[in-house]
Design a protein around this ligand. Sequence first.
Ligand SMILES: Nc1ncnc2c1ncn2[C@@H]1O[C@H](COP(=O)(O)OP(=O)(O)OP(=O)(O)O)[C@@H](O)[C@H]1O
Length: 573
Amino acid sequence: MTINGMRNYLYHLSWFIHVQVLILISVVIFVSSCYALKFGAFLNTNPAVMLLLYWSACQVWLAHAYLIVSIVKTVKVGLTLSYILVCFNVLFAFATGGVLYNYYSQRFFHGILNSIPVFHFSYVQYVVGLRSVSDVYFGFKDLFIKAEGEPTAIYVNFLYMLLHVSISVVVWWFIDNVSPTSCNGVTRPFYFLFTKSYWGLTPKVNHDALVESSQDLMNDDSIELDVRNEIKLAASSPDAALNILQLQKDYNSLSCCRINKVKAVKNVSLTANLGSCVSILGHNGAGKTTTISTIVGSAKPTNGTVMVLGHDVRYQINSIRRVLGVCPQHDILFDQLTVLEHLNLFMMIKGQKDQGEIQTLLQDVNLWDARNKKPDELSGGMKRRLSLAISLVGSPKVVILDEPTTGLDPKTRLLIWNLIQREKMNKLILLTTHSMEEAEKLSDKVAIMAFGEVKAVGNSLHLKSRFGNGYNIQVTVPSVSSDAQGAEKLERTKEVILSYESASLVKSNANNLMFNFPNNSLDQLASVIDSVENMVENGVVKEWSLSQTTLEEVYLKVTSKASFGFDSDLQKL
Ligand SMILES: Nc1ncnc2c1ncn2[C@@H]1O[C@H](COP(=O)(O)OP(=O)(O)OP(=O)(O)O)[C@@H](O)[C@H]1O
């Protein structure tokens, strides 16, 4: 939600209000029922005291529940532990109130009991009940009067409850900042309070200095020419819809009790304009998701700059999120909301209200008929389509799709491809994918990443001509009754085609032969085709086809070249 534009404080505020309303209703119903059922402990006590007591106890339990949810990884485990905690608190209160009451007056135990969050509810409950059953009315002002035999006035216990809530909130806030699953999407070091960046004091990255230092890379012959040109482009167009210049992202990873720094992304430069689609291809762990994480603000760049429509992700992430739509790699949906409610929610987050747009979007992703279904009633493909629709809500200028069609059937994939092709008219669409077909069909620019670096960049035709092996001619000779005749036709075909100097036989399989002609032999192709056609007329060849190198072949070539020296590439700083 944060990366799709939800402000963090609004998220927590909405939850806080929601939970407080639920608590208030539950406490009023519970306390009223106790009065209605004439429970002894309640009858001689001012209702406001009982309401305050149960409301305060709920705040302590709520703060603990928040704390638990921030520590554990899944909502289910968090909820289960929170319920167990509340049950434990209630049982503790009723089981120990009388026992601990006597110890509380003793100096030694007083401090210890004060530090136990669940004690105060149990103590106040017992004191109030004790007075009530002794026919002594407990009014609101009695909260502030220290009774004989009690160490302090009761309001002190309420203050302790407030203190425990505050401590839990501070611990929760700390964990939320340092945890990898933090709500604000950025994991900070445990000493984050002492870092300049936390207080917004990070010195601004000097774009001019970065451009100057890029000169070395631009002149580095070991880097692919197109990649160097891309660096040049990134250095000269900071106002492009997406401008990544010399991005570097290091992660700390713990292994064998020592911290290693892993360079997930190294010197990545990439630019893209509105009205285009850029694909990032790469093997598992190539750095695609990390690159995207820095663009959406869920990972901070270690070095380099990332600008979206002229805004720097380091300092203007909120402005960026207003123009950004994100479809994450894994669907993040709310169990309680229907398809339609999801889109309404994200429409509100984007500050828009156009119901017509929601209907069009749901029709575009073929989910209109399922608009009233909740996520657990949707198939994997339907969830993926819903995530895609969410990323397009509010017509964001820049849309980031992390493997949008993974797990979709061919028909649905085609539907999504058509949608992306329509949407890219006035937007920038950046997608990561493992499907070469997808990249080829949708992209105006393809960046191939390997081991954290961009190894090749350009449109697919350019990449094919630069890295491809040229053209393949596949020839099939007719099936004949005698083996000798078949072998003769195969030999004749080989002889004719291999008479061209640049031709090479790449595959021979039963009646099929495949020959390759490199890019620099394009001028011979017309003559080769004439020769093959002649063989068809003479019955030597049955049929033939011509194909260019595929993007997959280019990808394999670029990434296998990059994997040479694999060990050195998995650098530890
Ligand atoms: N939070 C993290 N802590 C430590 N290392 C990480 C973290 N996230 C990613 N990495 C490492 O950074 C590298 C790049 O990972 P990333 O997820 O960006 O790859 P990817 O190209 O998106 O892979 P995939 O196709 O599998 O999604 C990997 O070596 C990964 O182990």
